[in-house]
Every structure is written in structure tokens, then in C-alpha cells.
Design a protein around this ligand. Structure first.
Ligand code: FE2
Ligand code: FE2
Length: 369
């Protein structure tokens, strides 16, 4: 806390308690009212305040339990067979961090879910397996490891794995807690599967060639018409971008998954990025508003979040709460590391809530507490 952030100054609530005031508060309470000065300093913090804590979920520890779910319940019974990751301080809203939900879903070869939709938006990042697919708005999309797929709000969607595929595991990210907080979520199930209304992979083929768009197509939805971003295109793009761009001191080479028609976020409530930390990268610390869930897509390293070190490697998932100091490091001298992340930045930005701060002491690196 800075000296100028003391609550003992004019402009902040600093009323001394008294028996007379206590009686007054009680009287107000009976009428469904209260005195603002009793809560003002708490509900209006000097700086953004998160009720989430940084957390790291180690895939080594979770993987067997995720697979075990496929022995215990069928997708039909569970609706969605998912192990969700919950923040120690956000259990009441089932959030991984802030107002974001995340989980790990497993689907065996030959299995498929029935179609459903919800007002919450969803995204997936593929962790392992072969032959997985999703159907979004009647468009069947196949995916591979490290591909990023969106199922925007109110789009019908279902998932499965081909008979001759291998068990698929992917990370789901949704804004369920946000949609619930705003009392705007809904859910609907389709009786059976969607009718396909386009050739397989229509969306990534039509909209996935950067800079080239089919000229006579009209797209009026508020989300990206490109539903899949393939790792086999994303990783080379990161490497080429690193050749001709300066390395961002906080994030290495970071690229946002974007709506090809607007250059903006892929969906209205959630954004996502892939970043490359070159070998030996030692990111500097900063903090900003917005909640972030990361998954290591390649390599290994560590992040220091609010003075605590979290070591991660491929498939580990961790979160950075809003306004938490954070810096990312690649521990390898020779290999690059890649971090996938998703966030609530579209909401934060649209509401005018974005702000950031650079860590200036100790050459920009936090001291581990
Ligand atoms: Fe869903
Ligand atoms: Fe950051």
C-alpha cells in the first residue's frame, strides 16, 4: 500500500463507531438500507482487487484421474465428462480464476456427445489424442494436439472421437461464472445430433488463410467465423514473427487468436493468445486487470506470480488473477517454450476497465517471497 492510499484521510470513510451510530445502523437495516461509510472503503479499493489466488494444476497429477472418469461415467450420463479446475477462493462460483471456468474433458474413440448450447461462450485447447472433432453450428471440425477451437455463445455444439482415433483430452474454457454473475446464462439440449450444413472443416478452410477471405461471403455474427486455429500454422507463425519483431519484455512473442474479419478478439467475452518464450527468456514483471488461464503447450519454465514461483511444463495449467504481479521464464538454454492462454479481456476492454502497471524495482523482477 502506498502512503497516499491510507484510509485515514479526507475523502475516505473514517467514522468512529459509537452506541448512537450502532443503533442508527440497526434501524437502517430493518428497512433494507445501510450507511455507505461502513462499507465504502471495502467496496471501493484503491486498486483493483481479486478474490482469486494464483494456482498451478500439474497435469502429471491430474491425468490418471481425468482418464478414470471415463471408467466411471459415460458422456450420456455426465452430459459432459469433465474434471473442472477450481480456484481455492472461487469455489462458490466454480471459477478457475475471476469469472472464468476451466476443465479437462476426456473422450474415448467412438464416443460422442449429444448437441447442446448455452449463453456462456466456450473454447477448447487440445492436449492429447487423435481423431477428435467438434461440430459447431452444423460445421464439423477435426482437431489435433495444440489446436485451438471456439464454440461461441448460443452455437450448437457436440464433440466426439472417431472409432479409429485415440482417446482425446482437451481443456475447456468457458465464461460460465461471468454469464451467471450477470444472470444471463441459459442452456438447451438438442434431441440427437446436429445436421451438418457444410463440408468438414468448412470454417478453417474458408477463413483460415491469413489475409485471404472469400470475397462473396457475408458473415454477420459477432464472433469469429474461423472456429479452429491450427498449431501447425500457429507455431511457424510465432517463429517467423520472432525473426522480424522485438521481443516483448513481459511476454516474449505473443500473438492473439483473432477474428479474421475484424482483427479483434475471437469471441465477445473471451480472448485467447499463444506466446513463445525464446530459450533462456527471463520475462519482466507487470500486472494488469483481466483474469488469465494458461496452459503450457510446449517446453517448460516457471512463472512468478505475486512473489511465488510456479514451475510448469507441457500440459500444466495455471492462472494469473487480475492485478497480480507476474513474470514468465523459460528455464531452457536451448528450447523455446510456448504458453497458450485465455482471458476475459474483451469484457474488461469493452467496459473501459483495462489498466496495467510495470514492476520497476529490482531490475523488473520480483523477489521470491
Ligand atoms: Fe458446451
Ligand atoms: Fe501479463
Amino acid at each position: 500500500m502506498n502512503n497516499n492510499q491510507s484510509d485515514d484521510q479526507i475523502g475516505r470513510a473514517r467514522v468512529q463507531d459509537s452506541p448512537e451510530l450502532q443503533a442508527y445502523y440497526k434501524e437502517l437495516e430493518t428497512l433494507g438500507a445501510g450507511a455507505l461509510w461502513t462499507v465504502a472503503n471495502d467496496i471501493e479499493p484503491w486498486e483493483p482487487r481479486s478474490s482469486s489466488v494464483p494456482m498451478l494444476w500439474k497435469y502429471d497429477q491430474l491425468r490418471d484421474l481425468v482418464l478414470k472418469s471415463s471408467d466411471l461415467v459415460t458422456p450420456e450420463q455426465a452430459g459432459r465428462r469433465v474434471v473442472y479446475l477450481v480456484n481455492d477462493k472461487r469455489k462458490d462460483v466454480s471459477a478457475a480464476v475471476g469469472w472464468l471456468y476451466t476443465g479437462i474433458q476426456v473422450t474415448r474413440p467412438g464416443e460422442s456427445t449429444s448437441a447442446h448450447k448455452h449463453k456462456a461462450s466456450a473454447l477448447r485447447f487440445i492436449m492429447e489424442g487423435e481423431g477428435g472433432y467438434t461440430v459447431v453450428d452444423g460445421n464439423k471440425i477435426t482437431f489435433e494436439v495444440n489446436d485451438f477451437v471456439i464454440t461461441p455463445n448460443s452455437a450448437w455444439h457436440e464433440h466426439g472421437v472417431a472409432e479409429n482415433g485415440k482417446t482425446c483430452i482437451w481443456q475447456d474454457g468457458l465464461d460460465i461464472p461471468l454469464a451467471n454473475a450477470l444472470e444471463a446464462n441459459d442452456y438447451a439440449v438438442l434431441d440427437g445430433k446436429q445436421q451438418l450444413n457444410a463440408p468438414v472443416n468448412y470454417s478453417p478452410i474458408t477463413y483460415g488463410l491469413s489475409g485471404l477471405l472469400v470475397a462473396d461471403k457475408v458473415w454477420e455474427k459477432a464472433y469469429s467465423p474461423l472456429f479452429k486455429f491450427e498449431w501447425k500454422k500457429v507455431y511457424p507463425a510465432l517463429l517467423e514473427t520472432a525473426e522480424v519483431n522485438q521481443i516483448n519484455p513481459f511476454d516474449g512473442i505473443i500473438m492473439q487468436y483473432s477474428n479474421p474479419l475484424t482483427g479483434g478478439h475471437v469471441m465477445q467475452t473471451m480472448g485467447a493468445s499463444m506466446q513463445l518464450l525464446p530459450a533462456n527468456f527471463k520475462g519482466k514483471a507487470h500486472k494488469h486487470t483481466g483474469s488469465f488461464v494458461y496452459q503450457c503447450a510446449k517446453g517448460s519454465g516457471h512463472s512468478i506470480i505475486d512473489g511465488k514461483r510456479y514451475d510448469w511444463k507441457e500440459r500444466d495449467i495455471f492462472c494469473v488473477p487480475s492485478w497480480a504481479w507476474h513474470e514468465h521464464h523459460n528455464n531452457s538454454e536451448t528450447e523455446d517454450a510456448c504458453l497458450f492462454s485465455f482471458n476475459d479481456l474483451p469484457v474488461i476492454e469493452k467496459l473501459g476497465f483495462y489498466q496495467d502497471k510495470t514492476y520497476t524495482e529490482n531490475n523488473g523482477h520480483q523477489i521470491i517471497l
